[in-house]
Design a protein around this ligand. Sequence first.
Ligand code: GCB
Length: 609
Amino acid sequence: MKIKYSLLLLLQILVPQIIHSQVDIINNVYNRNPFSLNGEWHYIIDPYENGYFNYRYQPFDTFDNPGKGAFFTDAKPDNKSDLVEYNFDKSDIINIPGDWNSQDEKLLYYEGTIWYKKSFDYKKQRKTNKIFIYFDAVNYQADVYFNGKKIGIHIGGFTPFNFEITDLIKDKDNFLIVKVDNKRKKEAVPTLNTDWWNYGGITRDVRIIETPQNFIQDYFVQLDKENSKIVKGFVKLKGNEISNNEVEIRIPDLGVNKKFKTDKKGVVEFNFETTNVNYWSPENPKLYNVELKTSEDQVNDLIGFRSIKTEGTSILLNDKKIFLKGISIHEENPIKGGRAYSKEDAELLLGWAKELGCNFVRLAHYPHNENMIRIADKLGILVWEEIPVYWTIDWENKETYQNALNQLSEVISRDKNRAATIIWSVSNETPNSDARFTFLSNLAQTARQLDQTRLISSALEVSNFDNDPNLKTIHDPFAAVVDVLSFNAYVGWYDGLPDKCKKVNWKIDIDKPVIISEFGGGAKYGFHADSLTRWSEEYQEYLYKENIKMFERLPQLTGMTPWILSDFRSPRRVLPGIQNGWNRKGLFDNKGNRKKASHVLQNYYNSKN
Ligand code: GCB
């Protein structure tokens, strides 16, 4: 076991050459004058997948002539005798974006397949342009059909994907049909067991994107991690004539105007010196207008420049030590109910975090929507992003690994230009084993290849040192791989009562910064009792006071993201009268009321500079 670990560690240290994302996502679609397909869609609930399989359980979409049972063809009876047993246009309507669970009471607990249909006319902006359908996210598997043809499948509920439809789109009567399946599976990412609601459906925006024939598909414009005077990155074109194209990079406010030529693969790797950069930070979230131009295409983005690194047990933002005053957040708008997706949702959640005095958020346990990161960029909130490698992942399964890798690559591809994002977390509370070490180390290695500017972490678990229940440590070989050590610890909730914090000490002999990625306890807003009564606001308040004091005794402490900003839905939480399907560890309840513990955290953060 030891030899294998050191070999992998060596590989981590050597960090092989940079790779550009293998995923084909068009970057920054906001900027391409998209045509929105949001709004009302028809839907059919199909628990037996009757519209997908024939009665011999063969998928209709594998036949040249699928017949009238196949939902993706949107068949209509040819005459009054014709048999067609579905009708999208007479089926119910649902809003997209939006999970299905919070839109229809009978779907609250539904896990399975739902078919969606949207019809639309479309006028191309330019005849020669390419057309794509871009989904911000669909949970969990999307089988996508356009004008009666299958155009692709996407697996993973929290990252974007796009398919080209240039040859299929018409001026009139286009129909997009999406089969969405959110059944939980052992080999999936996440796996069967999670502590959050499995919101299904087309949960984020859907858009049509037009691009020129040869277009800027991807780009990476960030400061060099080691030298804050250098801007570094790449621009990647897509199309048939992409080699030896001129790419212009302009940052008007910095007086930057550079021209480069693409290589045979349509890629430009660049670096150039800049002076007088007004560095992005929580106090000064300065974003620069960056323009990328080719003879055919132009993309503008607002990009902040900052550096993030570790030095011994410190985290340095722009070469200065920073304490990360954080909070964990689920992607849920508790007041409205359901998955959060909009700018307004992001403003609400990040606004609450700001109210608590946070400069940092942990977006748990999967990639949140792009609005969250873009608003964090504007508000000056640092972000930890995560993929749903959670609890009991199927470590030995190659497809599971590929799936996790894909989700990681997709979120890095989407957010690599956001100054706010400083940490990629590759897992949460996963049990130690050889297979898990290999799985996670390979993910970390890929993250470093895709993005050399950010830090890698993972929410690890704690163990007792020398079997002493009051002396805690991290005993996990993956601790050697991450840049920032993070762990979840529930002293006072799952581990003793809050008083136990007085006795507990930490012994971590690793020269790395430590973030407490979770601590907390449940409280029902408005339930008042003494500090020994579970579920009372006073218990949670006391637990926060004691935990903070305990963690202040940890010399490497560089930040924390207590669990959690607000109460969130979880089917695991069934206690009547208290939980009723909600995890109550929020500092805000599901109506936006602040619990007493929120003031403890706020006071603590206000006391830290
Ligand atoms: C954890 C998990 C988190 C749970 C939380 C809890 O350690 O990481 O997803 O929701 O505990 O409330 O038990």
